[in-house]
Design a protein. Structure first.
Length: 254
């Protein structure tokens, strides 16, 4: 499904743009593979290099397993769609553009409505420090209260305020959001956050009292894992995941 042919303006490197398109399309296919989708809702965006504050986002109406490198829609942070024929979801654009516009360090924003993520977002205590997965993201985690479907411009300011310099956010009564310095890091953080939520839902469903890990252990795990090996988290995983997407969805790069 090829919905849009990118048009390259002066100063834009088509090779660099193509690589971002390829990795973002792979991210969509992997999100589908790991069952982190909600029909045509939710989005993953990536910042394009070069001038113009341009981002890529999925074409509205496509399932994640229909996204390809060529049908991703280019839009700037003023809301101008630069891909001929491209249509985007206004609610998805608002959330993603709000973050990209104030966080130049963020290359990718990933938002989901997984059942486990929404379940934990609806729990008053939020994510509990009961698993290694929860501790991996715990010191990088922010919260944002639900303000309705993200169509109102005033929510941009509260999203920006609540995320601050954090990398992961629980959108209360709504779902999960991660950011990454690379597309791979955003994916890795989302899968980790999703797993932490799955673990919490299952642990609480067991009915027994859960053990909360101490603040000291939480700090230790954060130091041990954050920027592991001096690289964005998930760097090695992403290399392996790109091999996986070649096996399971080779048309992603079309």
């Amino acid at each position: 499904m090829n919905l849009a042919t990118p048009v390259f303006a002066k100063g834009i490197d088509p090779v660099a743009d193509r690589e971002v398109r390829r990795e973002l399309a792979a991210c969509y296919r992997l999100a589908h593979h790991f069952r982190m989708t909600d029909l045509i809702a939710t989005h993953i965006s990536a910042r394009l290099p070069g001038p113009g504050e341009r981002i890529l986002i999925n074409p509205f109406g496509c399932l994640f397993n229909e996204v390809t490198a060529s049908n991703l829609v280019e839009v700037d942070l003023s809301g101008n769609v630069n891909s001929p024929g491209g249509v985007i979801n206004p609610a998805g654009y608002l959330i993603h553009s709000a973050i990209h516009s104030v966080r130049e360090d963020v290359a990718c924003v990933f938002h989901t409505h997984t059942a486990a993520g929404v379940a934990v977002s609806a729990q008053e205590h939020g994510l509990l420090p009961i698993s290694q997965q929860a501790l991996v993201i715990g010191r990088r985690l922010a919260y944002h209260d639900y303000e309705g479907v993200a169509l109102l411009e005033q929510e941009c300011a509260t999203l920006q305020r609540d995320l601050g310099e954090k990398d992961v956010m629980i959108l209360r009564n709504h779902g999960l959001l991660t950011t990454g310095r690379t597309i791979g890091e955003a994916f890795w953080l989302m899968l980790t956050a999703h797993r932490a939520c799955e673990i919490q839902v299952q642990a609480l469903a067991g009915g027994s009292k859960v053990r909360l890990l101490s603040p000291e252990i939480q700090d230790l795990v954060h130091r041990q894992v954050h920027n592991y090996g001096g690289k964005p988290n998930g760097a090695m995983d992403w290399v392996a995941l790109m091999r996986e997407v070649e096996r399971i969805a080779p048309d992603y790069a079309d």
